[in-house]
Design a protein around this ligand. Structure first.
Ligand code: G6P
Ligand code: MG
Length: 218
């Protein structure tokens, strides 16, 4: 039986995936990489330094950047991103997610956060949601990021549950791969074609309720 939920943050709870996209778009322009919807999609769920490397690899100038250059670029992206999220409020919770989190809590489910973002604790505070979660996996302590299963394995451990008792919620292909690798039930929010390896698919957060999940699990 399902006893808990492990949530991705950006694009699942918070409407912040677009801000990551906007700030990486600026980086791509700066390093001379053509920004495409496919590149934007492939960066979802990917850690800061790995995202930067993918942007450099997608262009023709990857070899022109030293480790020090990369750290400056990543720092600059994070600075731009933090400007964009500095005004976040409860209104930036994606449709239906506050109600879903509240109903899951009321029904006795345990919840944790499995986000690759080092900004996750601050964002949850801005959204007024921190108290709903048993814990937040610290991405700084991971040896491998999504699509590796490690982060969702840790998210189940935080809940003190077995993988079969956990549903992981994700908006990225890398995240769904991580959930599947961890042996949990994967719930995808977004484009079914991109997220076809998920166990359960939803077009938008507004459709995610305990009832609709139960219906799809049958
Ligand atoms: C999430 C987002 C990614 C982001 C990553 C690291 O997984 O989906 O777009 O690159 O977190 O975020 P950070 O805030 O630590 O740079
Ligand atoms: Mg996400």
């Amino acid at each position: 039986d399902i006893k808990g939920f492990a949530f991705d943050l950006d694009g699942v709870i918070a409407d912040t995936a677009r801000f990551h996209g906007e700030s990486w778009h600026q980086t791509a322009d700066e390093v001379g990489t053509n920004w495409t919807p496919e590149l934007a999609e492939s960066l979802k769920g990917i850690s800061r330094m790995a995202s930067l490397q993918m942007i450099l690899d997608a262009g023709d100038h990857a070899d022109d950047f030293s480790q020090a250059d990369k750290e400056v670029l990543a720092e600059k992206k994070n600075h731009n991103y933090q400007q964009l999220i500095s005004m976040l409020t409860e209104a930036d919770i994606l449709p239906g997610m506050k109600a879903f989190i509240q109903s899951a809590k009321a029904a006795g489910y345990k919840m944790s956060v499995a986000s690759a973002s080092k900004n996750a604790p601050m964002i949850l505070d801005h959204l007024g949601l921190t108290s709903y979660f048993v814990g937040i996996v610290d991405p700084g302590t991971l040896t491998k990021g999504k699509p590796d299963p490690e982060i969702f394995v840790r998210a189940a451990r935080v809940l003190n549950l077995d993988s079969e008792q956990v549903i992981g919620l994700e908006d990225s292909a890398a995240g769904i791969a991580s959930i599947n690798g961890a042996g949990e039930t994967s719930l995808a929010i977004g484009n079914v074609t991109v997220l076809r390896s998920a166990d359960l698919n939803f077009n938008s957060t507004a459709e995610v309720t305990l009832t609709s999940i139960e219906a799809k699990m049958k």
